[in-house]
Design a protein around this ligand. Structure first.
Ligand code: NAD
Length: 428
């Protein structure tokens, strides 16, 4: 989204095509899976606090639902595009398939900047989004969730609007709800913790102890924060974190060679994952340019902010010491960068496997909401660990056996499962 020439949907299609060629996917299945099944473009009129009316544009893209109801988050972002949402919906299909949960892939978005909107205005956008789409989403059709710059409060407004429209209590309509209002314990931590469950398995496979590693992270939002928290708990040390500065409209990296310390940094971070520069400087952080996180002399890189961050232009900044890249964000690495990462034999844990903890826990939330019976946090996180570990092991075993790049191995498994479901249904 930060580069006009970059088209995430073309990138998602290129990744798909590469593996479709390798597995000789038949022409009809390929044609079906290269594009979304359905997409909706909507306009949401909102009366602003100053009395004026503004129209916000939004999307919902359902890439594939052969394996079950579509599932995917809603992003609020000023540079949201239909192609970003298309790409993300496609990655959701592969993500649900690679962790083997019975869901398809979708994604939604609204072009807006919550930084500049009051809570009331945000509520109107949420309710308007549901009003425009209520006929084509639902607990057995397509289930939304939070994503970039949306949270549990947004989900609850959306659920409330959906239930008003349908005159029924339908808590399985949406996930990421507040705990106590149908949300699952562990959901907040799920994506970040899932990143570390996968990373822990990768370290095991490479025979490296977490205590002997350091990491540099892009982002300090939901995914990055919980990934850092658990990574520190298993013994790792994060020395650099990068995030967006809303005031300066640029990004900065925050470095502390002795280790950042999750809590001290969290205390000076706003709810959008922006770190206060002055306070950081006061507590001993070195403030560096936004892209400095990528060139750090560490063992592990975790891009956990947004797409298109490791590219053909900057991939050579990656230090020779880096052994693992764990992609917390969706689509952070371009195919050109992939080629170099693969040649350098860096162990890459691909996005739709690494960050599948969020959707897996969302699936657990749906199950709990539909049963109206809620599990303890340990039970949720325990089930999450089992799912992430077995998905990681299946992908890495295939990669080892067939000498595949990890991203390609994950695609082999995911595309294979979705293609089979389409075939079994008689679609192709
Ligand atoms: P978030 O909004 O909570 O945090 C985003 C973070 O990225 C913030 O710290 C922000 O300052 C930082 N950031 C934004 N632009 C940046 C830039 N140019 N340079 C450096 N930092 C920048 O979002 P999140 O929920 O943590 O999601 C992060 C990524 O993970 C996204 O790609 C999202 O699609 C993906 N993801 C999220 C979830 C989830 O459950 N939240 C699940 C799967 C995937």
């Amino acid at each position: 989204m930060n580069n006009k020439a970059f088209n995430p949907f073309e990138m998602a299609q290129a990744q798909f095509d590469k593996v479709a060629d390798q597995i000789d996917l038949d022409a009809a299945t390929r044609d079906l899976l290269r594009f979304p099944l359905r997409e909706y473009h909507i306009s949401i009129p909102v009366r602003m606090d100053d009395g004026s009316v503004r129209i916000f544009r939004g999307f919902r893209v359902q890439h594939n639902d052969a394996r079950g109801p579509a599932k995917g988050g809603i992003r609020f972002h000023p540079q949201e595009t239909a192609d970003t949402v298309r790409a993300l919906s496609m990655w959701m299909t592969w993500k649900c398939a690679v962790v083997d949960i019975p869901l398809g892939g979708s994604k939604g978005g609204v072009i807006c900047d919550p930084h500049n909107l009051s809570m009331r205005e945000q509520e109107q956008i949420c309710r308007g989004w549901v009003r425009q789409l209520s006929k084509v989403i639902g607990p057995l059709v397509d289930v939304p969730a939070p994503d970039v710059m949306t949270n549990a409060q947004h989900m609850l407004w959306m659920l409330d609007e959906f239930e008003i429209i349908h005159g029924n209590k339908l808590p399985g309509f949406i996930t990421g709800k507040p705990v106590g209002m149908g949300g699952s314990l562990g959901r907040t931590e799920a994506t970040g913790f899932g990143v570390i469950f996968a990373l822990r398995e990768a370290l095991k496979e490479l025979g490296i102890r977490p205590e002997d590693t350091t990491a540099s992270v892009q982002g300090f939002g939901n995914v990055a924060q919980y990934a850092i928290k658990l990574y520190e708990q298993i013994g790792g040390k994060v020395i650099c974190v990068s995030c967006w500065d809303q005031n300066d409209q640029t990004s900065y990296s925050f470095k502390k060679e002795s280790g950042i310390g999750f809590e001290s940094l969290q205390n000076i971070t706003d709810r959008f994952g922006g770190i206060n520069k002055d306070k950081a400087r006061d507590i001993g952080y070195e403030i560096l340019p936004g892209d400095a996180w990528l060139g750090q002399d560490v063992d592990i890189l975790m891009p956990a902010a947004l797409e298109h961050q490791i590219t053909g232009e900057n991939v050579n900044k990656i230090s020779r010491r880096v052994k693992i890249i764990a992609e917390g964000a969706n689509g952070p690495t371009t195919p050109e960068a992939d080629r170099i990462i693969s040649e350098r034999k860096i162990f890459l844990i691909p996005d739709f496997l690494t960050n599948a903890g969020g959707v897996t826990c969302s699936y657990f939330e749906q199950v709990q909401s539909n049963m109206n019976y809620f599990w303890e946090k340990d039970e949720v996180l325990g089930k999450l660990d089992v799912k992430m570990t077995s998905a990681f092991n299946a992908v890495s075993e295939l990669a080892r056996k067939r000498k595949l790049y990890m991203r390609d191995a994950a695609y082999y498994i995911a595309i294979g499962r979705v293609a089979q479901a389409c075939k079994d249904r008689g679609w192709v």
